[in-house]
Structure formats: C-alpha cells, structure tokens
Design a protein around this ligand. Structure first.
Ligand code: NAD
Length: 475
C-alpha cells in the first residue's frame, strides 16, 4: 500500500490528482521544486459560522481554497453538499488551475464549498447561509474581481450567485467593478448569455470533436460522427441536462439517464426535454412513461453504450465497477468521476477517456467571458451588431449587382444578421473547446503519451511552468 492510500486502500481525492500529475511529470524535464510548487494548494480557508435556523443556532462548516496564485484572480465554483470536506475542495481547486491553463483562461484555480444539503433547507435559510458565507469571504479578502471570483457548481446556480453579488456590493458599495466579483449570475444581474448551459455545451463540443476523428473512432470500433451514437448520462442537473439536450438535438440517442433515486432506460432513445418536464412535475425521473426503471442507479453506468457521461459527482467509477463498464468512450463532465484504480482498468480495456480538466472547462471559459463583460461594462455585440449588419447589407447589394441575381428574403435575413451576445459567447466557447481538444491530441501523439488525461496534464503543467518562469521569480 502506498503512503498516499488510506486504511481501505483507496486514495484521498487530492492524492488522485497528485497521482495524475506525477504521471504527467514523467514527460516534463523541470526542477522538482517547481513541480512541487505547482501541485501545492496556496491557501486553504476553513470556516465555521453560526446561522439561526428556526429557533436553533446551527454551526455551518464551509471552505474556500485557492490552489494557485500564479495568475490572478483565482476562479472556481462553490458547491453545496453534505459531502463537502477539505480534501474535496482542495482537489477541485487544483483541477481548476489545470483546467484554466488548458483553455487559456488567465486565472489561478480555486473552489468553495458549504456543508449543507440544499434539498432539505428552505430557500430563505439557503440565502442566509450564502450571504453569511460571502461576508466571511469578504472579511478575509477571499473574494473580489481581482482576488477570487466564485461561480456555480454542484448544488448552486444563478440564484446563489445573485445573493453573493448583492452581499458583496452592499459591503463594498461604490466599487464600480463589483459585478465581476462572481460569475454565473442571471443576465439581469450582469450575467452573460450562454453561461448557464456553457459546461454542458462544452462537453458536447469536446465529444463531438473526438467523434469526428476517424483514427480514434476506428480504434474503439465506432463510426465517425455523433449521429446514432448511444449515450448514457448520469446526473440531470445543470451540466448533465444541457449536455443531454445538445446530444439529443445533434442526433445522438440518449438511451439512459441516471439520477439519485434511480435511472430510466429506453434503447430507442429518451426525449430529454420530456424527461426533464417529468422530473419537474414528479420530483423524480422514475416512472417516465416511455422508459423502463432501473432501481439501482449505479447499474445504469454498466449498460451497453457507446458514450458514458458521468455528470454528477466524483469517484462514481471505481475499482469495483470499472471492469463492468461497457462504454467505449467516457466523457468526464463531472469533476473526478473516475478513481485512479478505475482509470488504469479502463485504460487497459482501451476505453477513450476525455478528462475533466479539459471536457468540463466550458463553464470557466464562459465565466471568463462574463468577467470581461462585467469589467468592460458593455454587452457583447452592442457596439458592432448594427455596424456589421450595415456592412453586410452593402456587401449583398454589390453581390446582387455583380451577379445580376436577387437573393431570397430568407437568405438575406441569415446573411445580414449582426452578432448577438449569445452568438459571440457560443462561438468563443466552440473555438476554445475545439482548440483544446487538438492541442491535447497533438501532444499525446507527438510525445507518445498513453492517454488523453496524462496529455492534458502535460499541456497544462507546461503552460503553468511557462507562466512561473516568465514571472521571473526563478532566475
Ligand atoms: P447540479 O447540482 O446542477 O446537478 C447534479 C445532479 O446530479 C443533480 O441533479 C443530482 O440530483 C444528481 N446526482 C447526485 N447524486 C447522484 C447520483 N448518485 N447518481 C445520479 N445522479 C446524482 O450540479 P452541476 O453543476 O451539474 O455539477 C455536476 C458536476 O459537474 C460536478 O462534478 C461539478 O463539479 C461539475 N462541474 C460543474 C460546472 C458548472 O458550471 N456547474 C462546471 C464544471 C464542472
């Protein structure tokens, strides 16, 4: 048993990431001390604060971890879950550092968490806890547009981000950049169009890119393209729901969806928006009329399929179920869904794993766009939309004159349209995910790296090394 394993022989979550990091370090020749610095968590803030819930005073445990200050501000989501602990938040913060480097987002990694179950607490009390947590962060200088910028994660969304912004503004009134203290806000509160679905859409773009690479598809016995591919998704929350919707729209077949209470299965495919409506109306995905129930939700991961997308929580694919996984591709939409032991088993089986530090980076990419929007105080497209439409109209006139042909009204509408905020955000995200995929793949090929995860770590660590070296602190 290695020194990093606990009594049951498993690794702590942070050790899992260190293990992945060490595998990548074999391909990097740099002084060990710098690698140790990159791996280490720079600041860990563990707090306890009291909140009156009903007639009782409850002591709430919460965290904010800043993994790396090599670029500022730090950036990372906040999760609400009873599983929150220091090891988990440190790991998720580290993943943020590597993720940001891969997609060229100029932030250090961070993560926050509050140990509560939002499903059993009233929204008034969640608001109280969120506001108190924010004021604790402000007191210790752990939040601010140039310091550390939270975002949504498991168990949180636009509503919580709004409360964080409002609390920040009330304690820092007059700060003209206050909107940039948090991302993932509603559009009416300074959010950017396209943030809510960004992580799921990024997952879709990344997997679509892989499915277009003939060599990779043939290596796992699949045809090129997404159409008709059988997909299973675990977790129908923000990331899972949007990923499922984009896959469904593109012609892939969602054969199973798994939630906490159980999973549903239909070999011919599930209509994602109908399932979501059923979930909203009934509080459960089970008993969806066009599907079979699977009572043991974990069993859904083991069904025959082409692509498996875990989009709920970490460590759901482990040494005890990895051998039974039949998917040919696993897209890590969640953070850390595969343990190192399972990773090795799946690698040996030849499964292509698209790693979290690349695949779910769509959220932070669009958060970056939101942060820039907040600092520039202007909506994307506002300055150029009409200008672009006028230029396009002139172009069309010239084309019609030269070709002596009238262009139809439908075609004109399509060509004339200037870019809206959502168009710019989505094209920026698409470009980022496509570039990221090919950078990882090219590096994997050129250095003969065994899998995409290690290649993604090598790419990321090299960029962080470059940033440290150019800081000039290691002459
Ligand atoms: P969410 O809270 O919106 O959704 C999570 C879903 O998973 C919920 O519907 C929950 O009921 C379900 N779930 C919980 N336990 C489950 C189980 N055992 N089996 C099946 N389903 C289960 O959270 P999210 O924001 O979608 O985050 C999901 C994952 O994606 C997390 O690992 C998170 O760190 C990661 N992630 C999120 C973002 C983002 O922008 N929200 C960005 C990057 C990564």
């Amino acid at each position: 048993m290695s020194k990093n394993q606990n009594k049951t022989g498993s690794y702590s979550f942070f050790n899992c990431i260190e293990k992945n990091f060490d595998k990548a370090a074999r391909f990097i020749s740099i002084e060990k001390g710098l690698l140790e610095q990159i791996k280490a968590c720079n600041s860990v803030y563990r707090m306890h604060f009291p909140v009156k819930i009903g007639k009782e005073i409850k002591v709430i445990e919460a965290y904010r971890v800043q993994h790396s200050h090599h670029k500022l501000p730090c950036k990372g989501g906040i999760r609400y879950s009873m599983k929150v602990n220091q090891d988990e938040i440190m790991t998720l913060a580290a993943l943020m550092t590597y993720k940001c480097a891969i997609v060229d987002v100029p932030f250090g990694g961070a993560k926050g968490g509050i140990k509560i179950d939002p499903q059993t607490i009233s929204s008034e009390n969640i608001e109280k806890i969120t506001r108190r947590y924010t004021s604790e962060l402000i007191k210790k200088n752990f939040i601010g547009p140039g310091i550390d910028v939270p975002a949504p994660d498991y168990g949180t969304g636009e509503r919580e981000m709004s409360w964080i912004f409002d609390t920040f503004l009330s304690l820092r009134s007059g700060d003209v950049d206050a909107l940039a203290c948090v991302t993932g806000k509603p559009v009416s509160q300074g959010g950017v169009r396209g943030r809510k679905e960004a992580t799921g859409l990024g997952v879709f773009y990344g997997i679509r890119e892989l499915c277009h690479v003939k060599e990779d598809m043939y290596s796992v016995g699949l045809d090129v393209g997404l159409v008709g591919k059988k997909i299973i998704i675990q977790g129908l929350g923000n990331v899972g729901y949007h990923a499922a919707s984009f896959f469904h729209e593109s012609g892939a077949v969602i054969i199973a969806l798994a939630e906490r209470e159980g999973a549903i299965y239909n070999e011919k495919g599930l209509n994602v928006s109908k399932v979501f409506l059923h979930l909203k109306n009934n509080g459960s995905i089970l008993n969806f009329p066009e599907a079979k129930n699977i009572e043991n939700t974990e069993k859904a991961l083991e069904l025959e399929c082409d692509i498996l997308i875990p989009a709920a929580l970490e460590n759901v694919i482990h040494k005890n179920n990895a051998n039974r996984i039949k998917a040919k591709i696993i897209g890590e939409a969640a953070n850390g869904p595969i343990t190192p032991e399972a990773d090795e088993i799946l690698d040996k089986k030849g499964v292509i794993i698209v790693p979290d530090i690349y695949l779910n980076a769509g959220g932070v990419t669009v958060s970056y766009f939101e942060w820039i929007k907040n600092l520039s105080h202007v909506r994307y497209g506002r300055m150029e939309k009409k200008f672009r439409e006028n230029v396009n109209a002139e172009f069309l006139k010239v084309i019609e004159t030269v070709c002596k042909k009238k262009i139809s009204i439908e075609e004109k509408k399509m060509i004339l349209r200037g870019p809206r905020e959502i168009d710019l955000v989505r094209s920026g995200l698409e470009d980022t995910m496509i570039n990221g995929f090919h950078k990882i793949r090219d590096l994997k090929k050129s250095l003969k790296i065994e899998n995409m995860r290690t290649a993604a770590f090598v790419l990321s660590i090299n960029k962080i090394i470059d940033s440290y070296e150019k800081l000039g602190i290691f002459p």
